[in-house]
Write a protein of this length. Structure first.
Length: 402
């Protein structure tokens, strides 16, 4: 089967779906290509990327190879930086030349995905649309955004039958798609995000190396969070909760592994120094994707207090017990299997209570770890997800598409 993924972005050496799903499909014997833009997103606060300053975010157009997958980088006709949207020059021509059997379009609301659906009838491929939307990254908080979503909804209302199957990555994305687009349940499959189980696994060796890298003792208790830190990630809530936990335990440390907009980083640094436990809050800039297993193994507990983060699955794959907002549908797959502990989002007292409970209740901790490792093994490894997508591609979803 020839499979083409169409995505606005492809960021090498990171943990996004585009880095792993196509590569795993290629390992299963399929011919896989990715069509994307000539650049990486304009992340706020992302100071370094692949050892280069973010000012060099234009990688360039052309054909590249990564993880045994061919990457077709096309120039942008238009980029809306603050909206994360691009229009690719030559998308139709490249799809025609590749002659795919299947196109998986990433991001329901992106111009490349919409065009991939539009071209599918003419070029004769089956198209599948996935989506990562959730309450924090899908905000129609301006007239322009509302108009764009309305136009996209009208498009899918007319041409959505061309989509063989809708593939939201979380229950939150499924809810948004069904609410705004009325996508039919019989052509919808939740296909979760995953982790590379050959890289993220529980390891005593990694734990020792990670702790040496951080500089903490064997008997210290380490809480970790990671990612792109901005207001919706609620790092300020985590710091408030940590101060409460640290007032009761003098062996607890917090590692903030990541970065964000300077205004928000200054806010959380100020908050971090507002208590006697400030010396036990450690700041470290973005780690490479290869280093993350060391940090997750080094930690005793992971907390992602706000907006959905894709690296949580990678963390639980190492056997790290995690605490997450209990109302967040994007983490539904973990809560359904008792592979995470919840708290009331935005409530630092609720978070500190959950942290102390997990640290003191060895049975709860063991159960959470066991359930998460089993879930990754059976469902959330990228290999399992690749196999599932091939099954979906191969299913005959006939429709009378206009």
């Amino acid at each position: 089967m020839k499979i083409v993924h169409v995505a606005s972005w492809y960021v090498p050496n990171t943990g996004y779906e585009e880095n792993f799903l196509p590569a795993e499909q290629a390992k299963l014997g399929h011919q896989v290509h990715i069509i994307t833009s000539d650049r990486i997103p304009a992340y706020k606060g992302y100071k370094h990327h692949m050892g280069r300053f973010i000012d060099e975010r234009i990688i360039g157009s052309g054909i590249f190879e990564d993880n045994n997958v061919t990457i077709h980088r096309l120039p942008c006709r238009l980029e809306v930086k603050n909206g994360g949207q691009v229009i690719l020059k030559g998308l139709r021509r490249t799809l025609r030349e590749l002659e795919p059997d299947v196109v998986q379009a990433h991001g329901t609301w992106t111009p490349p995905a919409i065009l991939a659906v539009w071209y599918s009838k003419e070029l004769g491929y089956k198209v599948f649309v996935d989506d990562h939307s959730h309450v924090d990254n899908f905000r129609t908080d301006s007239l322009l955004k509302k108009m764009y979503v309305k136009v996209a909804a009208v498009f899918y209302g007319v041409y959505g039958k061309r989509v063989s199957c809708w593939m939201p990555k979380t229950y939150a994305a499924k809810e948004i798609m069904q609410s705004l687009l009325k996508v039919p349940s019989d052509r919808t499959e939740v296909v979760h995000l995953g982790a590379d189980a050959t890289r993220f696994f529980k390891s005593d060796e990694y734990r020792a190396a990670g702790r040496a890298l951080i500089g903490i003792k064997d008997d210290d208790t380490l809480i970790i969070t990671s990612g792109k830190f901005d207001e919706p990630k609620d790092i300020h809530i985590l710091i408030g909760a940590f101060h409460a936990v640290a007032s009761k335990r003098d062996d607890v440390y917090l590692l903030l592994l990541g970065n964000g907009p300077e205004s928000y980083m200054q806010r959380i640094r100020t908050l971090a120094t507002s208590s006697d436990s400030s010396s036990r809050i450690l700041f470290k800039d973005f780690a490479s994707h290869n280093e993350l297993p060391l940090y997750y193994n080094a930690a005793d507990l992971g907390v992602w207090p706000g907006a959905h983060s894709i690296t949580v699955i990678e963390a639980v794959a190492t056997g790290l017990p995690v605490i997450l907002p209990e109302e967040e549908l994007a983490y539904g797959v973990l809560f359904k299997k008792d592979a995470a502990v919840g708290f009331k989002r935005g409530d630092s007292d609720s978070l500190s209570e959950s942290v102390l409970k997990l640290l003191h209740d060895s049975n709860l901790k063991s159960k959470t770890i066991s359930n998460s490792l089993l879930l990754v093994k059976n469902t959330l490894s990228w290999r399992r997800i690749a196999e599932r997508t091939i099954e979906i591609y191969s299913t005959n979803h006939d429709s009378n598409a206009p």
